[in-house]
Design a protein around this ligand. Sequence first.
Ligand code: FMN
Length: 186
Amino acid sequence: MRVLIVYATTEGQSKRIALRLHSDLAEAGYRPAVHNAAEGPFNLLDSFDALIVIASVHHGAHQESMLTFIKSHLDKLQGLPGLFLSVSLSALLPGPDHKADVAKYIERFTLETGWQPRQCLPVAGAIHLLDMDYFRKELAKVILRQTLGKVELDLSHDQEFTEYDKLGRQVKDFLDQFASKSFEIG
Ligand SMILES: Cc1cc2nc3c(=O)[nH]c(=O)nc-3n(C[C@H](O)[C@H](O)[C@H](O)COP(=O)(O)O)c2cc1C
């Protein structure tokens, strides 16, 4: 089964997730390829059986490069089984307010793009602030504290929250629903 993984990233976590999924899927016998949405359109969409879209949330929205990518391929994407992975800090956090935030990010993305993925999964991302210059880092901390609300989290060092093994299983479960169909086609 040929699977296109498209990602958009700001601090690098979504790219890490894309590359990890690529290696998990290749190992499991799928035929994956990875594309960075920021590099522009992808002309070989016809040659894939399924699509995984990975983008992260900043200031309540996913990357503009991913919105552009989806909108410019919308016709083809609607005919392809698609899984949307929305990477954020809110996806890690407990309670109804954070769940509502996650739902809002995903709804905004699907409304703005017009894309209807077969499934959407919120994915806990990471905190990667150490590479930032002083002002960017201080601004990021303000936004992250707003995102966290009452949850206390140490922002003084980088941390990764993505559960790669669990995510790999969820992605394979998604793809396996369509695997027999794609093998029939060829
Ligand atoms: C400046 C900044 C703004 C962010 N805004 C949000 C936000 O509004 N909601 C949220 O849940 N997470 C927010 N996050 C957390 C990111 O979604 C998280 O760090 C994610 O792992 C980033 O993925 P990336 O490295 O692929 O860009 C923000 C992070 C930064 C640095």
